[in-house]
Design a protein around this ligand. Sequence first.
Ligand code: EPU
Length: 293
Amino acid sequence: MNWCGVLRGRIRKKEPLKKHTTFKVGGPAEFFFEPEDIRDLKSFISLVKRHGIGFRIIGAGSNILISDKGIKGAVLRLSSQAFKKISFNKTLVRVGAGKPLWELILECRKKGLSGLEFLVGIPGTAGGALLMNAGVKEKNIGDLVRNVTVIDRNGQVKILSLKKLKFGYRKSNLEKFIVLAASLKLVKKDRQAINENIKNMLDYRRRTQDYSYPSAGCVFKNPKGNSAGRLIDLCGLKDKSINGAGVSKIHANFILNLNQAKSSDILRLIQLITNKVRSKFKITLEPEIKIWQ
Ligand code: EPU
């Protein structure tokens, strides 16, 4: 198939996905495409549809475990400038899906806009955060959303108003779309207060979470009224390892890539943790990370 004649963005074949995930694992994508802009994305959608090629979307790769065998079909990443735009209208910020969260938070701070600081330290993109409804215990990005612009798998752009959006604990109804941008409602605050929020969040994360090795943050969702980290810890699994993959000594819901772990090592550790927690507490942990097999 001649991609190059039709598409303007960068297309790579057999692209190692370990380069694009924070776990630093994952085999090759048959095709890896970064569209130049929406027009290019639409050409891609019609091309893959015509040729019956499946595709998946990756953001910053910070909440994903990809098989060592890699991915058949295409992987799409909205990394070009056209998908990282940001604009402000009073206390509303409109942000492109490809914008890294860290940059979004800093640009809002410049405008004296607060509300997103709880996301600091999450190495994701705005699009990924929306899809997963990223957040901390009491706050999620979905709480701030006013509308989301998406493109569907037929290449149709739509603006989804609040009425059409559903955000739950680490989930949303955006899965079937490609998120392009969103409008978020923030509040005015002075920069000093925003800096304080950012500092407190970073301190909290550095104190309680593990950034010493590649990981995907928390691996499991918290069961209702409980903490996955606490349950795994109570099973005595801190420091448990399988080949290069190990449970963090600091936060038991973090699995670390300690030494050239394979995706299969991490998956086996996930299974072992699930079994131990189930047999000790009769609770079945559900992965928070996306698993691409
Ligand atoms: N705990 C342990 N042992 C551990 C880890 C935690 O006993 O190894 C205990 C803590 O002492 C605390 C409780 O479990 O009493 C909860 O732990 P923590 O405050 O660290 O929060 P969490 O529930 O584990 C959640 C989110 C994090 C988010 C923090 C901050 C999930 C699965 N995790 O963690 O999100 O950063 O709250 O609010 O919802 C992520 O989504 O990747 C993530 C890390």
